[in-house]
Write a protein that binds this ligand. Structure first.
Ligand SMILES: [Zn+2]
Length: 265
């Protein structure tokens, strides 16, 4: 008993102590952070690669969400020093088109920080002209190569489109935008709300891939990756929809298109 208690004590000492786990800064001081092993254990992807290659951007989001789900978020780039680094210029590696729902905080659930995500949020991630312009701005001006349309479980806007209650004001615009997805998914087996949420994302991915004049061209040329995802509230996991990861146009090397997009003097 005593020996095992001592062993436990010794191994507890060898392991990173509890305060280190809850405080990334303490870990940084301890020298453990950013080691190859630490990065592997925390699914960390090189931040520059995430910006230059949308596939690396996807791995970054997947890794960050995995940290969140496994309760080992590292909360990167969330202090004042990180803000000052991006004060003059931002290079978000992903555009997230997501729902306004208070349970869908994108930086938290993807464990990202300042300057990482360019987020367009409306209820049901319904898009209109201002959303399109925002996404085009990120793609054209900021050089962001990854666009993720993300729906979520228990989405009230999709639920409203399913139930079609009488609603006041402009809320009907949300319902009108989503009702097509409800009609498309109504004969699918399974839960009608979950099916409509998924179908809504698939429709919105198509909407952006076909959006003239900027995104449609960039998508066909392999300069921007547009995919869909659904976030589950019951376990925090983001599922990237396989239908949106198939038959993608070949990517152009980032260096080529980055040079072409360089500001002209
Ligand atoms: Zn929602």
């Amino acid at each position: 008993m005593l020996v095992s208690a001592l062993r436990q004590g010794a191994s507890a000492q060898r392991r990173p102590a509890a305060p280190v786990k809850s405080n990334p800064n303490a870990k940084r001081r301890a020298g453990a952070i950013d080691s190859v092993q630490w990065r592997r254990e925390h699914y960390v992807v090189n931040r520059d690669s995430a910006f230059l290659d949308p596939r690396a951007g996807l791995r970054t989001l997947r890794g960050g969400n995995r940290r969140f789900v496994e309760n080992k978020s590292i909360r990167p780039r969330q202090d004042l020093a990180a803000l000052l680094k991006v004060e003059k210029k931002q290079k978000p590696f992903a555009v997230i088109v997501g729902c306004s729902d208070s349970r869908v905080p994108h930086e938290i659930l993807f464990d990202q920080g300042l300057g990482d995500l360019f987020i367009v949020r409306t209820a049901g991630q319904v898009m209109a002209a201002a959303s399109y312009g925002s996404i085009e701005f990120a793609s054209l001006v900021l050089g962001t190569r990854l666009v993720v349309v993300m729906g979520h479980q228990s989405c009230g806007a999709v639920d409203a489109a399913l139930k079609r209650p009488d609603v006041p004001g402009h809320i009907v615009t949300l319902i009108n935008s989503i009702k097509h997805a409800v009609a498309e998914s109504k004969d699918q087996p399974g839960d009608p709300l979950d099916n409509a949420i998924r179908q809504n994302v698939l429709d919105q991915v198509e909407e952006l891939r076909d959006l003239d004049p900027i995104l449609s061209r960039k998508y066909k040329n392999g300069e921007v990756l547009i995919v869909g995802a659904v976030y589950r509230l019951h376990d925090g996991q983001v599922e990237f929809l396989p239908e949106t990861l198939k038959n993608l146009p070949a990517f152009r090397p980032a260096a080529v298109s980055a040079a072409e997009e360089a500001p002209k003097h």
